[in-house]
Ligand binder design. Structure first.
Ligand code: ATP
Ligand code: ZN
Length: 474
């Protein structure tokens, strides 16, 4: 079986995935969105990254042997604020109805947007509000074990009771207090202690609990849902690196203290941020556009997905128009040569090995280019599907991306073009630049463009290309 190696943020090293909780089965939890508004483009990054991992796991372990859970956080002041504003504007229904309506509409948008990017739905999509009972039980257990305390209707986690606190983010509790903006509140024993449960006012959603009517803190939601759905030990926990501290540090503390006999998550994976001019794309900075904005502008979901895959998940990245057009052109080329071709039964081993090496999607894309250059179109088609790209028959936008004639559209023609690109590349590798340039000039005169990019030599025939001229070039 292929060995999958992943970077574990907790040990800061790339480690083999060893699914020994239940041999041969892999369980993964990823922090999902707070459902108060449309997903921005940055929110799509973890979805795509962990979808590719999910597909790779299903390929290696078998579809029925992978369990993927990603939550919806539907307890949040921002959801309440939208509902309150609607109520003030005269919308019918109780505040509770309006809150439920807002969550439901946001989840429907999320599904539509993420589906359009070619993501599979996880096996479980728990909503926090369906697991309040489990959260209350976990909080009560933490109090009984001395890891949490109640004060003025709040329940707080006693950070100093867990010696390993800070291990994930690599900071000591004292450094955190010195450096962080921690909320000092009269009901806290220690400024680092964080909220597990807080009181709700009568006009806001709340649930009855041993500590009065209230609602859970954000961190306990993921701990309780992951435990309920995946058990006390599971293989992978993912999310953006903006969640590393405090959210994931707190999840670990809660789960390790409530279930000391388990490991909670064995590998912690974090995707880097989508940035805008060096800053995280985020709602609070206002420097965002939504996935829906791009789709509405006519950027195909597959292109958005492919642009993300062009950068390794552990590197920050920007969305640029150049990336969009480069990746769109590459994808059109792949669709063109694989159209009507029966895919290979399995993707090439060398391709899977690249993904198994800490999800090296840029190297996997370079491999797609290589398969195309070598005319291995059936393998190319099989490899594309592991990345979650549709087959050329499932989408049609690419056919309109350039004006093709029947010759240009044929796999045979694509093969000839690739032969030309290979010959040009060989001349360059042999440092025979005079012959390479001569070939390039003749190709250009015939309406064929040759150029080099990170993936190697590229070739493209313009719409006014005369196929008869190709013969003279080869
Ligand atoms: N710019 C970004 N790039 C990559 N991932 C991001 C980015 N912004 C948020 N995420 C991820 O999106 C997921 C959903 O996050 P969440 O719902 O908390 O986002 P949000 O509150 O809408 O975003 P923001 O951080 O903009 O306020 C998390 O895994 C988070 O790490
Ligand atoms: Zn979480």
């Amino acid at each position: 079986m292929v060995e999958i190696r992943l970077r574990n943020s907790r040990t800061r090293s790339v480690v083999p995935l060893e699914p020994t909780v239940e041999p041969g089965r892999v369980k993964m939890y990823v922090c999902g969105p707070t459902v108060y508004d449309r997903a921005h483009l940055g929110n799509a990054r973890p979805v795509i990254v962990f979808d590719v991992l999910y597909r790779l796991l299903r390929h290696v372990y078998g579809e029925g042997n992978v369990t993927y859970a990603r939550n919806f956080t539907d307890v949040d002041d921002r959801i309440n604020a939208t509902a309150l504003a609607r109520k003030d504007a005269g919308a019918p229904g109780t505040l509770e109805d309006l809150i439920a309506e807002r969550s439901a509409e946001t989840i429907a948008w999320y599904h539509a947007d993420m589906d359009a990017l070619g993501n599979l739905r996880p096996d479980h999509e728990p909503r926090a509000t369906d697991f309040i009972g489990q959260m209350i039980a976990m909080i009560a257990d933490l109090i009984a074990k001395g890891h949490a305390y109640e004060k003025e209707g709040h329940v707080l986690f006693r950070v100093r009771s867990y010696a390993e606190y800070g291990k994930l983010s690599g900071r000591s509790v004292d450094d955190m207090i010195a450096g962080a903006r921690v909320e000092v509140a009269p009901f806290k024993e220690d400024p680092m202690d964080f909220v597990l449960w807080k009181p709700s006012t009568d006009d806001l959603p709340g649930w009855d609990s041993p500590w009065g009517r209230g609602r859970p803190g954000w961190h306990i939601e993921c701990s309780a849902m992951a435990h309920e759905l995946l058990g006390q030990s599971f293989d992978i926990h993912g999310g953006g690196n903006d969640l590393l501290f405090p959210h994931h540090e707190n999840e670990i503390a809660q789960s390790a203290c409530a279930h000391p006999e388990g490991d909670f998550a064995r590998i912690w994976m974090h995707n880097e941020m989508l940035q805008v001019e060096g800053k995280k794309m985020s709602k609070s900075l206002g420097n965002f556009f939504t996935v829906r904005d791009l789709l509405d502008q006519g950027v195909p979901g597959e292109v958005i997905r492919f642009v993300f895959l062009g950068t390794h998940y552990s590197k920050p990245m920007d969305w640029t128009e150049k990336k969009r057009s480069d990746m769109e052109r590459a994808l059109v080329g792949f669709f063109r040569v694989t159209h009507g071709i029966e895919p290979a039964d399995v993707p090439p081993k060398s391709f899977v090995a690249l993904l198994a090496n800490d999800l090296n999607t840029p190297a996997a894309i370079a491999k797609l280019h290589e398969l195309q250059r070598e005319g291995d179109f059936a393998e190319l088609k099989a490899a594309m599907s592991v990345l979650g790209l549709p087959s050329a028959e499932e989408v049609s936008w690419w056919q309109g991306a350039r004006r093709f004639n029947s010759v240009l559209d044929s796999p045979e023609f694509a093969l000839r073009l690739n032969e030309l690109a290979n010959r040009w590349q060989d001349l360059r590798i042999q440092r025979d630049f005079a012959s390479a340039d001569h070939l390039k000039q003749r190709a250009e005169a015939a309406g064929i463009k040759l150029w080099v990019s990170a993936g190697g030599a590229n070739v493209e025939a313009g719409p006014d290309f005369d196929p008869a001229k190709l013969e003279g070039l080869l």
